[in-house]
Design a protein around this ligand. Structure first.
Ligand code: SF4
Length: 341
């Protein structure tokens, strides 16, 4: 049977700057550009986008998915179709939250009155190249692209995403090395002066959150800015080598089903000896985080943890104060804390 080419007239593809765009956005944009499409990525999240997402979503949705819907709304009229892939769970130890499985249907249903066109594909295991390649090549075929060009575009897109991820994790390794060196230098300069050395000692804080939370300035910029303003070095858990973090996470749990939560927990285990504190940031009401954050708080011993929840109503209001108090406590602890042994 000949392949349908019902998306061949889609020349401009809109991509919402939300959810898994922050994880696979390089692959997506490179792929569509590789098959000759123009890509329009929605603008950075702002209040208008967040409010529109809130208005269009049911109350039970998490803040991140409401913001995603706001981004889709902002693309209406700016593209021929919006790209909304589905990521159902193919591997029960490397799956995604149900929002990612239902995203395509959620968008079609929410925007049915506007007759918004949606191009989509179903990726069953995001870690395996062949599981990603097949649906992308099928999508290219529906867009009227030859199998050869579809294959070539996918290869370039996969390589670009890998190069992007590697650049991030390499930068993270350099950052951690510099942090360790500054710490050693501060200890050396103090010459064992104890409390006096703490003033000069750097503070490394690991921010643990889904990438669409931690790298969206509207959602958690206030937290990251407050940490930086207090002189802390911000280390992002999601920037750690994904494969290494994923494998490491099995030391924490053999059964945890969510890929990104696994990678975040693996990153904590890889970096906990090199950082002074952890800031967990969750979007209300995140199902996976409600379980994993609780497990992290119980099981990660010896590293202070600040657990922050952001929601549509209060956003990041008040978080600066909590972050400042947390950093103050860490600095006080560096100086010897309440108990001197
Ligand atoms: S993992 Fe949590 S924050 Fe992300 S989409 Fe699912 S419920 Fe929302």
């Amino acid at each position: 049977m000949p392949q349908a080419t019902d998306w061949a007239d889609v020349r401009v593809v809109g991509i919402p700057r939300a959810l898994l765009f922050y994880r696979f956005g390089v692959l997506w944009t490179t792929f569509f550009e590789g098959i000759g499409r123009t890509v329009v990525v929605s603008d950075a999240t702002d209040k208008a986008i967040a409010d529109e997402g809130e208005r269009l979503s049911v109350d039970e949705c998490c803040l991140a998915s409401k913001v995603f819907i706001g981004h889709v709304a902002s693309l209406v009229g700016r593209c021929d179709a919006v790209f909304v892939p589905s990521y159902p769970t193919g591997d029960h130890r490397a799956g995604f939250c149900t929002k990612f499985q239902s995203a395509t249907d959620m968008v079609k249903s929410t925007f049915r009155d506007q007759h918004l066109r949606v191009v989509s594909c179903e990726v069953r295991d995001a870690r395996k190249m062949k599981d990603v390649r097949r649906p992308f090549e099928e999508m290219a075929a529906r867009m009227g692209v030859s199998p050869r060009d579809g294959r070539r575009a996918f290869k370039a897109a996969w390589d670009a995403q890998e190069a992007h991820d590697k650049a991030l994790s390499d930068a993270q390794v350099r950052l951690m090395r510099a942090l360790d060196e500054r710490r050693a230098a501060a200890r050396g300069a103090a010459g064992g002066a104890g409390a006096a050395s703490a003033d000069a000692a750097p503070l490394g804080i690991l921010v643990v959150a889904h990438p669409y939370i931690t790298h969206d300035p509207y959602l958690s910029g206030a937290v990251v800015d407050a940490l930086s303003d207090m002189g802390a070095t911000v280390v992002h858990a999601d920037a750690v080598d994904h494969d290494k973090a994923y494998k490491k996470s099995f030391e924490f749990s053999d059964t945890m089903p969510w890929l990104i939560n696994r990678e975040l927990i693996g990153a904590i285990l890889m970096l906990e000896d090199h950082i002074d504190g952890i800031v967990l940031i969750s979007a209300f009401p995140c199902g996976p985080d409600s379980m994993t954050d609780d497990a992290i708080m119980r099981c990660i011993q010896g590293t202070p943890i600040l657990n922050l929840m952001i929601d549509a109503q209060s956003g990041t209001a008040g978080v600066e104060t909590r972050v400042e108090s947390f950093v103050d406590i860490l600095r006080f602890q560096q100086k010897g804390g309440y108990v001197r042994g």
